[in-house]
Design a protein around this ligand. Structure first.
Ligand code: MRU
Length: 349
């Protein structure tokens, strides 16, 4: 029975334990799931979040569904579990990428052989993610200005991935290499991934971090207190347009105005080559309660109309470079993205 542990996910062979990211940093509480419905609900409720981490969780959700079917497990009987997990969150493509890999692994098998193949595939997705992030970070370090202070948004660290992180992984590696002076974390309203998760992860690693409200970004850039912006991604289209946490687009516009590098760090599993550009990306609209209140604290009239888009799309033209586990795509466009994916395919291990 395989067991894999990373900071936010613990595969126990017969169940998936998830660190409840809604409670951090005040409380460290793990939940145990032994069926696909529970995992789908955990993704929807953001017990687990971050594009790579929800892909990993969904893959384990399929293993749990197959285990419940036991000797009767077959691709047809797994369909409802695939459908439930696919409906959990719409924007991050890693979820669908992971489910596609699981579907391929299940295609011609049944019973215990199917369960074993699914378990192997999910564990591989989990372990590969950490290795990819470390490779991605090594490519990304050189993109950050020497001695710079780096602004980041949302949480793209070990909590959002199989470990190390994407944008935060680049920051971690750059700090370890003595390349950067410190980090500014935007708090990332309304869910506060920046204040609750990113500042917490960086402090644990003793990387100097200053927390700011999202609306401070322009002022800090204007005063020369930021030398680059690095963010993760939830879906990158064939031309390099990038969906990421709401507020990312505004940061890219600000970075361009101030002549600062704007870097996107994401594994190739975040690239959606079937979608030509970002216009048709489905943007998750979350409950207005996330904006009206923080936990029990009411912040707005309880019945005020709220718009709560969880993501936005940054046009490729505003992106200085995209870095993946296969290298750097400077000034991304459709041709360069396609060439990068062909290269990634040719080096596939
Ligand atoms: O709503 P979330 O917290 O799942 O959104 C997360 C982000 O937008 C991250 O930047 C993205 O998923 C990359 S995580 C490595």
């Amino acid at each position: 029975m395989s067991e894999i542990r990373s900071p936010a996910l613990h595969w126990q062979g017969d169940a998936l334990a998830l660190l409840d990211q809604r409670l951090l940093p005040a409380e460290t509480h793990w939940h145990r799931y032994d069926d696909a419905d529970g995992v789908a609900q955990a993704i929807r409720d953001m017990v687990v979040r971050g594009a790579p981490a929800i892909g990993i969780a969904a893959a384990y959700g399929i293993v749990l569904a197959a285990r419940q079917l036991g000797d009767n497990a077959d691709p047809d009987r797994l369909r409802p579990a695939f459908a439930t997990l696919a409906a959990s969150r719409p924007t991050a493509v890693n979820l669908f990428w992971a489910l596609d890999r699981m579907r391929e692994a299940a295609a011609t098998l049944q019973g215990q052989a199917l369960i074993q193949a699914l378990d192997d595939t999910a564990c591989r997705i989990h372990q590969d993610d950490l290795a990819m992030n470390q490779r991605l970070a090594a490519f990304g370090v050189g993109l950050l200005p020497e001695g710079g202070v780096i602004y980041t948004h949302c949480n793209t660290g070990a909590l959002a991935t199989g470990g190390h992180g994407t944008a935060l992984g680049v920051i971690r590696s750059a700090w370890a290499a003595g390349r950067i002076r410190g980090v500014i974390a935007g708090e990332t309203r309304p869910w506060l991934q920046g204040s609750r998760l990113t500042s917490w992860e960086l402090m644990q690693d003793r990387i100097p971090v200053t927390l700011v409200v999202d609306s401070a970004a322009g002022h800090l850039m204007q005063r020369g207190q930021v030398q680059a912006v690095i963010v993760g991604a939830d879906r990158i289209t064939a031309n390099g347009d990038t969906a990421n946490k709401i507020g990312t687009y505004a940061l890219a516009v600000l970075a361009r105005h101030h002549g600062l590098p704007f870097i996107v760090a994401a594994p190739c599993s975040t690239i959606d080559p079937a979608r030509a550009d970002g216009h048709s990306i489905e943007i998750e609209e979350r409950d207005g309660a996330e904006v009206r209140r923080i936990r029990e604290q009411q912040l707005a009239p309880h019945d005020v109309e709220v718009a709560n888009p969880a993501f936005d799309v940054t046009p490729a033209a505003l992106i200085t470079a995209i870095v993946t586990e296969h290298g750097v795509i400077p000034a991304p466009d459709t041709d360069k993205m396609a060439a990068h994916l062909r290269y990634a395919e040719s080096t596939h291990d």
